[in-house]
Structures are given as C-alpha cells and as structure tokens.
Write a protein that binds this ligand. Structure first.
Ligand code: NAP
Length: 522
C-alpha cells in the first residue's frame, strides 16, 4: 500500500496520521492512503506567493509556454505508467484512462502554444482601445495583469490528470502559482503527475504544489489577490464559496459544479439520416464513457414524441453491447464506479428518478457483477441504465437530480425548439447541451431560446459528423463551465482561460505611451 505525499514549500511532506484510504474500485482493496496532517498551509501559501509567483512573473508568456510544453512532454513520456495507475485507483478502461491523461498533456500543450503566440510580453491587451478625450491623445485601453497571489485548485475525483492539468495550464501561463488539491479518493494519479514534473524540474520552485488529502485551513487563508478554482458537486461548491474570508476579500472564486446535461434530437432527424446515427453513437458514448462519471455526460435526452419508442429501442440495442467489468480484461468496455459512495449514490439516484415518475427501460439501476471480476461479489460495478419519463413536466426530479453514473432518461417533446429549450432549462443551467439537427431554422431558434441556459452548445449535424468529437470533450479552445446549477464559472476557452488569474485594469492616459508600453491590439 502506498502512502501518498503532498508537495508544499518546495519539499515532499508525508503525514503521520489522519489517513483516508484509496481503493482499487474493481476489487475494493486498499491500495493507498493520503493525509495532509502536519502541513503548515500558511507557510505553503507564503512559499507559493513569495517564491513561485515572482519566478513565474519574471517570465514572458512565451517562456511560460515553453515551461508548459516541457511539462506536457514529461507527462507524455510516462503515459503507459500513468494509464496503469489510472486502472488501479480509478478503475477506468485503458481508453478512458487515455481520455484523462491525453486530455492533460493535450491541454498543457495547447496552452504552451498559446504562450508562444502571446509572445514576449507579460501584460495582455484586452479588446480594442477607445478615444476618451477630444482627440485620440487621451486614450483608454483595458489590459490584464497577473495577480500576485496563489491559486488553489480543488478538483473532482473523475479526472485526476486532466482536472489538475487544465487548471494548472491556465494558472501557470497567467503567471500565478498553484496549489493543486485532487479529490482524495483518486489522488494517486495526480500525485504521480506532479512527482514527474518535480523530477523533470520543468517548473520554477514554488510554481506548483500539491495537497493530497483534506484542505485544513488552506482555503480559509486565501485573500484578495488569490484565486479559488473549484470543480465538484454543487453542494461543496456552495459551502466553499460562502467562506467569510473569500467574501470579505472579494477573492476570485470559480465554480464548476453539477450539471444535468441534455441531448436534443431535432424534429427533422429520423432513422434514415446520418445525424440519427451520430446521435446514437454520441449519446451512448456520453452515457458510458468513464462509466458516466463525467460532468459533461448526457443525463437527459429529449426526442420528438413520435420517435421516442424507436429511439429507446435503438439505444437499448447499443447499450446491450456495453460490457461492464474489470478493465484488465480487454473485452470490457466500461469499468466500475470510482468509490463505494459513488455506487451507493448511483443506486439511490436511480431509485429517486423512478419514485419521481421515470421508468427503467434497460439496465438494472443497481450493482452488477463485473465481467472478469478478480474478487467474487466485489467491485463497484454498475451497468448502463436507461429510463423514460413520458411526462417531463411532472417528472421534476429528472431535471433536478444528477445521477453521476451511466444513467440517462429519455423524454418526449413536441418538436418545437422553444419547447425543447424550456424543458432543458428545467435543469437550471448545464455545462453542455447538444442539439442534433440539420435544420438551420431549428438550430437558430434553439440558440435564441435555450442558449442562455448552457455554457456550451454542441451542434451535431451531418456536415460535421465525420469530424465530430462528441459533446463530452472539454476542448481547451472553448469555454468549460455553465450558468446556474453548473456553478456559473468559466474555465479554458483559449486566452479567456487566463482571465480568472489576471486583473483587468482600465488604463487611461496618453495613447502613445500606452501603445509604446503594450503595443496595439492586432
Ligand atoms: P465533491 O465531493 O464536491 O468533491 C470535490 C472536491 O472538493 C474534492 O477534491 C473534495 O476533496 C473537495 N472537498 C469536499 N469537501 C470539502 C471541504 N469541506 N473543503 C474543501 N474541499 C472539499 O465532488 P466529487 O464527488 O469529487 O465529484 C463529483 C461531482 O463533481 C459531480 O457532482 C460532478 O457533476 C461534479 N463535477 C463537475 C465538473 C465540472 O467541470 N463542472 C467536473 C467534474 C465533476 P475530498 O476528496 O478530499 O473530499
């Protein structure tokens, strides 16, 4: 059994007590333990602020980009070993492990190239300048300046590699040191990633720290130039954002939380269309990838009412091909849930959907025996479960309760974009909504009536089907986040991803001085 360490104040810290166990979700065996007991978080924050921050801010964006590229390469070089760790501590299939790990290295390298593009500067222009005086001599220009604080990154259990890397990439490129706090249950992979970066010596001292275990008084010590970026459940997010020190200091807080993502099938799409096949492929993938433990997974499926039975039949057929079990067997296509708690929550969640008016169409909504399970009766296996709710207005719980597993509910609508948007809006804000239609009018109407209820609209159609990557992928070019229940935050989105870590300042002065200092917007 491995005892995980934290990396703070430029050194590894091993706790003596207060441990939380980490498991192999396929066998329930304890494979590690983690604790932050004994860490002086005040000193850890000071070290990051006073050593890591100045070292990062000394670098230009291009130099920070080089640093991120080196970080990406250091992780990629150990890809196979990281995949094995993912199998051990999160129970993912190799394919799902690659999704997490390649997502991490890909995002680091995306921000590396962005750094190169931003070039030899340390301050960013934000939008066009504007004339403020009688002539253009008196000029206004917004700029973004790195915050001289530290970013605390609290992550969810489902993406131990990508979750840490996507936040770190933005923070470090913006010139702000980070303390990464992975969800304890799956922190083995994050710990190894950070260990690899420390060994490769690619980051300045103090730029990246790691807290494996509870946060203690870490968050309570954040101040006005610090940032808290949280990913996890809406309840934890709400509790953290209420911290008095954060409210008093107006600390920048970014929350990425739950989401009852929706997939809408347009009225123009029937079984003869390529878009129908795309819809089936992607919905099944978005239900079952990472065993449905994705914040972007499809939870609600809206279908024109005359096609609901046909759709349920087609989805049931495809879901029957999913083999749930121990991913060490190559024929297994879906691993277990990550923790005993996740399994209990998924079982209770399906029961809640049923009590609230949904009916199970396929799957059990309960623990199943995993294929090729190494220990009989063990493992947090849960098969894909498809439900239907024929009265989506009455089935409030289907719009309100996120079952964080391979579970989705099909609901009918009348084929109008406004009605579909109104039903999706019952989820009170999604990270992503996907609309599958080749009818431009329907798509335009949906964007107008439903766009405000989501952070990202994935528009599936025949024309992009060949290159489609699926709605679940949080690409670094596009923002990740959503309104309402989804937390109201925004991460990634190219250069937008740097903004939480930088203060926007309105400069008002001589145009020639401002342009000599910072250049002109291109
Ligand atoms: P969680 O229980 O809210 O935990 C999230 C993180 O918060 C973990 O690192 C956890 O640490 C930490 N945490 C919990 N209580 C805390 C406290 N009192 N003080 C400081 N930190 C605390 O969520 P989860 O079970 O890991 O993740 C599942 C949820 O996350 C789902 O609801 C899912 O929708 C959401 N999610 C959202 C996104 C997104 O991008 N919007 C992405 C992934 C997941 P410990 O592990 O040590 O408790």
């Amino acid at each position: 059994m491995k005892t995980l360490k934290s990396y703070v104040s430029g050194a590894w810290h091993e706790a003596a007590d207060g441990f939380v166990d980490l498991h192999d979700p396929c066998t329930e065996e304890v494979v590690g333990r983690a604790s932050t007991a004994g860490i002086d978080f005040g000193a850890a924050l000071a070290y990051a602020r006073e050593t890591g921050g100045p070292a990062l801010r000394e670098l230009t964006f291009a130099q920070r980009g080089e640093m991120l590229l080196a970080a990406s390469k250091a992780l990629h070089a150990q890809r196979d070993a990281l995949i094995d760790l993912s199998l051990l501590n999160t129970g993912t299939t190799r394919k799902d492990a690659k999704f997490d790990i390649d997502g991490a290295t890909g995002t680091l390298s995306f921000y590396a190239y962005l750094g190169k593009e931003l070039g030899d500067r340390k301050v960013l222009l934000d939008g066009e300048g504007a004339q403020l005086g009688r002539s253009a001599k008196f000029w206004g220009q917004h700029v973004l300046v790195s915050r001289p604080g530290v970013a605390v990154h609290v992550n969810a259990f489902n993406f131990p590699a990508w979750g840490f890397a996507e936040k770190a990439a933005c923070s470090l490129l913006a010139g702000v040191p980070a303390i990464s706090k992975p969800a304890t249950a799956t922190s083995m992979l994050t710990e190894r990633c950070i260990e690899l970066l420390v060994e490769a010596d690619v980051l300045p001292a103090g730029a990246l720290s790691l807290a494996c275990g509870r946060t203690g008084d870490l968050i309570g010590r954040l101040g006005s130039q610090d940032v808290l970026a949280f990913t996890g459940s809406a309840d934890t997010g709400l509790m953290l954002r209420r911290g008095e020190n954060l409210l008093r200091a107006s600390t920048h807080v970014n929350i990425e939380a739950d989401s009852l993502n929706a997939a809408v099938l347009g009225p123009d799409v029937d079984a003869s269309c390529e878009t129908w096949s795309l819809f089936l492929t992607e919905v099944v993938r978005e239900m079952t990838q990472k065993s449905g433990q994705k914040c972007t997974a499809v939870r609600r499926i809206f279908c024109p009412k005359d096609r609901v039975d046909e759709l349920l039949g087609a989805l049931t057929e495809r879901l029957a091909d999913v083999v749930t079990g121990d991913p060490r067997d190559g024929s297994v296509s879906m691993g277990p849930l990550a923790t005993a708690q996740q399994l209990d929550d998924a079982v209770a969640g399906v029961a809640k959907l049923v009590a609230g008016g949904a009916a199970i169409v396929s799957g059990a909504g309960e623990r199943v025996e995993g294929a090729s399970a190494r220990a009989a009766g063990k493992g947090w296996f849960f098969g894909p479960t498809l439900l239907r709710a024929d009265d989506p207005d009455a089935a409030a719980v289907v719009h309100e309760h996120e079952v964080f597993g391979p579970v989705a509910t099909v609901m009918p609508y009348d084929g109008s974009a406004a009605r579909a948007a109104a039903l999706v809006a019952r989820g009170d804000g999604t990270l992503v909504t996907s609309v599958y239609s080749d009818d431009q009018g329907f798509v335009g109407d949906y964007v107008a009536s439903g766009g405000a209820f989501t952070g990202r609209l994935y528009l599936g159609s025949e024309k992009m089907a060949e290159q489609a990557l699926g709605s679940g992928l949080a690409l670094p070019q596009s923002i990740h986040g959503g309104p309402g229940r989804a937390g109201g935050g925004e991460e990634l989105g190219g250069a937008r991803g740097l903004s939480p870590y930088m203060q926007r300042v309105a400069l008002q002065g001589s145009r020639s001085m401002i342009e000599r200092l910072y250049g002109k917007p291109s």
